[in-house]
Write a protein that binds this ligand. Structure first.
Ligand SMILES: [Fe+2]
Length: 417
C-alpha cells in the first residue's frame, strides 16, 4: 500500500509506535462471527489513533439503494447473493409511500427501497438515475461532533443531528451531501438494539436456500464516479470534511486503454474499514466507461461496491450457478508471461483462475484476487466486485487495463463505444 497523504485521521500509531484505538470489532462484525485477524485480511483493517481524528468513523453502516422494485430486488439478493433479510418497513408498518428491505451478509448491510405509491419522492430519484445507491451511511461514535466539523469545513448538511426512538431505544443521526445525489447518513446506534432503525420491524428470510458458507463477509470499498475535472475536489472533500487519508493513487497512463481512460484516487477512513476510490473520466479516443456511467446515471454516483470474500472461487461458482453474470477476461490475460512473472505464486493454480475469469494483482504487501460483475440493473451503471485479499491493500491497479478492455468489448456490444 502506498500512503500518499496524511490527513488528521492518518495517524495509525502513537509517537511510540503503539497501535491504538479505532479497531475494536463493531456490533455487526461480532454478530457475524468475524474476528479481527480475519478483518485485517478481508478488508485491510488497520490500527489508528481515533482521538486525533476530527471526524471519527467506525465503519460502514449501510449501503442504501433506490430501486424500481424493492420487493423483487430483496428476493434476488437473498436467492442469488445469499443475503439474509433482517428488517422491513412499508405500508404495513405505517410508511405509506415506500417499501424498505434490510439485508445482511456478514457485517455488510444493504437496504433496498422502492416507491409503494404514486408521488413517492423515490420516484423522482429513480426516474433520473435508475437503480442506484442513494446513501452510503457511516457509523460514527459522535454525530454532533462530526456535523460541527463538517459544517465548519463547508459541507452541505442535509439533515441536522436528531434522535429517532422506538421501543428498542434511540439512534442519533444526521446526513451530509456527497457527490451527485448521493448522501452520507451519519449514525450512532450505540443506544439502540432494534433490527435496523426506529420504525423497522424484524423480518426473516422468505427464501428457502441450501445453507452454504456466506458468499461475502463485508463491504471492502465503494467507488464513486464524479464529473470530469472534479476528482481532486472530492478527494479534498473527504480529506477536509471527513478526515480521510489518501491511499494508493492511480492516474493517467496507469489505466488508459487505446479508447478510454480514467483518473482514480482512493480515500479511506482512519481504520480503513471505509475506502472510497473516486474516478473521473480522462480524455480517450472514444467514450470511456466513466463517461458512459455519467451519461446513463445522469450524473455522479456510486459505480461499484466491492464485496470481501474468504473464497472467491467458491463465490464465483455459486453466483454463476445462480445466474449472476461476470465480465469475461481474455485468455491472453492469463497467458501473458509478464503477468505470470509478476503475480508469482497464489493460493490456486492460474488455470483455476482462468477458468473462472478471476483477476490477480500483486504489490509489495501481497496479492489480491478480484472479479467484476456485469451491471446489475437495466442501465449500464452500478456493478459489483468480489475481492479476496492476501496482504495487498491495493485495488487491482495492474488489472485496470485488462478490465477496461473487457468492459469496452461489452460497451461496444451495447453500441456505446
Ligand atoms: Fe474496486
Amino acid at each position: 500500500m502506498t500512503v500518499t497523504g496524511s490527513g488528521a485521521g492518518g495517524a495509525h500509531t502513537t509517537e511510540t509506535g503503539t497501535p491504538v484505538g479505532g479497531t475494536a470489532l463493531t456490533t455487526e462484525e461480532r454478530a457475524a462471527d468475524l474476528r479481527l485477524d480475519q478483518l485485517r485480511q478481508l478488508v485491510g483493517l488497520v490500527d489508528y489513533d481515533a482521538s486525533r481524528d476530527p471526524f471519527p468513523v467506525t465503519g460502514l453502516d449501510a449501503v442504501v439503494f433506490c430501486v424500481g422494485n424493492a420487493t423483487q430486488t430483496a428476493g434476488y439478493y437473498q436467492l442469488a447473493l445469499g443475503m439474509d433479510l433482517v428488517a422491513y418497513a412499508g405500508p404495513e408498518t405505517g410508511v405509506r409511500d415506500r417499501r424498505s428491505y434490510v439485508l445482511r451478509s456478514g457485517s455488510a448491510r444493504f437496504v433496498f427501497e422502492g416507491a409503494a405509491a404514486p408521488g413517492s419522492s423515490l420516484l423522482e430519484h429513480h426516474e433520473r438515475h435508475g437503480d442506484g445507491v442513494t446513501d452510503i451511511a457511516l457509523e460514527v461514535p459522535d454525530v454532533d461532533r462530526c456535523v460541527e466539523h463538517a459544517r465548519a469545513q463547508g459541507a452541505t448538511i442535509l439533515e441536522e443531528p436528531h434522535d429517532r426512538s422506538d421501543d428498542h431505544g434511540t439512534v442519533r443521526c444526521a446526513a451530509i451531501a456527497a457527490y451527485g445525489d448521493t448522501r452520507h447518513t451519519l449514525i450512532d446506534r450505540s443506544r439502540y438494539d432494534g433490527p435496523y432503525l426506529p420504525g423497522f420491524v424484524a423480518r426473516s428470510s422468505t427464501v428457502a436456500r441450501t445453507d452454504g458458507p456466506r458468499i461475502f463477509e463485508a463491504v471492502d470499498h465503494c467507488v464513486g464516479n464524479v464529473e470530469l475535472g472534479r476528482m481532486d475536489e472530492w478527494v479534498d472533500f473527504y480529506g477536509r470534511v471527513l478526515g480521510f487519508i489518501n491511499m494508493a493513487e492511480f492516474v493517467g497512463d496507469d489505466i488508459a486503454t487505446e479508447y478510454s481512460a480514467l483518473m482514480s484516487k482512493v480515500v479511506a477512513n482512519g481504520n480503513h474499514r471505509v475506502k472510497f476510490p473516486l474516478n473521473e473520466p480522462a480524455v480517450g479516443k472514444k467514450k470511456s466507461q466513466i463517461d458512459e456511467y455519467l451519461e446513463f446515471y445522469a450524473g455522479p454516483g456510486c459505480q461499484h461496491i466491492a464485496l470481501a470474500t474468504h473464497d472467491i472461487l467458491a463465490a464465483v461458482d455459486t453466483l454463476r450457478a445462480r445466474g449472476v453474470e461476470f465480465l469475461n477476461t481474455p485468455d491472453s490475460y492469463y497467458e501473458d508471461p509478464e503477468l505470470r512473472a509478476r503475480i508469482g505464486n497464489v493460493r490456486v493454480p492460474v488455470d483455476e483462475l482462468q477458468r473462472r475469469g478471476i483477476l490477480v494483482d500483486r504489490d509489495e504487501d501481497g496479492y489480491l484476487l478480484q472479479i467484476f460483475t456485469a451491471p446489475i440493473g437495466d442501465r449500464p451503471t452500478v456493478f459489483y466486485e468480489l475481492i479476496e485479499r492476501h496482504g495487498s491493500l491495493g485495488f487491482g491497479k495492474g488489472n485496470f487495463k485488462a478490465l477496461f478492455e473487457a468492459i469496452e468489448r461489452e460497451q461496444e456490444r451495447r453500441g456505446n463505444l
